[in-house]
Write a protein that binds this ligand. Sequence first.
Ligand code: KG4
Ligand code: ZN
Length: 354
Amino acid sequence: MTEPERFLLLAIETTCDETGAAVLAGPKPPATGVPVVLSSVVASQIDLHGRFGGVVPEIASRAHVRQILPVVDEALKRAGVSLGDLGAVAVATRPGLVGALVVGLTAAKSLALALDIPLVAVDHLEGHLYACQLAYPDRDVYPCLGLVVSGGHTSLYACRGPLDVEALGGTTDDAAGEAFDKVASLLGLGYPGGPGVERAARDGDPKAYAFPRSYLHDDRIAFSFSGLKTAVLYALRGQDARNAGVAPPPRIVADIAASFQEAVVDALVGKTRQALQRTGLRKLGIGGGVAANARFRERMADMAGELGVELFIPPMSLCTDNAAMAGIALPKLAAGQTTPLDVDVTPGLVRPGR
Ligand code: KG4
Ligand code: ZN
């Protein structure tokens, strides 16, 4: 049998505060197969947003404008390919910050038009889940239960295949990563909050504070983290607003961080367990920045082991925002799905019914 011809895809990611470009090589569509990531470049904007304690959309858009072309150039250079070698260009067009999305889409459209190659719009959240397949090319990740836990999203999906994804439920307010960021800000642990909270939690007692685990004793596939954030605020300051701005002792910070982290992990693991049992799916794929958390990974692995479910969590570089995950464009191309050049961005997330 002859090998299918090699096909090169340029992928672009600008949904939030990371400017990403990647080059992937896969079999030429309509042949199918998991692509290989030849390069993946991410220009982080953490330094620009840190002092505001969160992403400032206008600053993000302007930084994408400055960084997009150098990042694309660097991805091509690291992959050892030139623009003329590309077979298609993929870009995440939803969900995300409108101004940020527009920068990536405009760059992708311009390249597709100038090079006369197909444009493929992809969904950032489906991309987070496809990152599992990129990370485990020799195993079939699908059909699986998909969990995206990031700064903007906390959602569960029944994934029959990379392009056949049904939303089962998600957060009714804050995302899990957003809760880490807000609690880190309350505790003075910097931005983004996840790594700081995780570090502080190592010296703390996870049972010191009985924080809420919303929806856990309820059969709805739903998460809520805003009450947890408020509970942390009260634990920290009591009911007295005059305590605002007073730095708590390190022991209290560690105990609050550990108890908060345990509450988030309990909610994520508990709901994921319920969704696995309800759907009968035997594989679990997880994406998004919160999946970098060691306690989360350990507890998910224990739960999956207990249920005999196969667990897929990509390495850190494929968990947090990156362009390689837009490699989901290759199965799309194989299915004949390309995107017209007059496509627009879709910033909002359409929440599934509660
Ligand atoms: O997937 P991601 O890079 O961007 C979004 O699509 O939002 O996720 C970023 C989120 C942030 O909220 C960050 O605090 C969280 O992931 N995060 C973590 C850890 N590392 C990053 N949360 C908990 N523990 C971590 N170690
Ligand atoms: Zn993301």
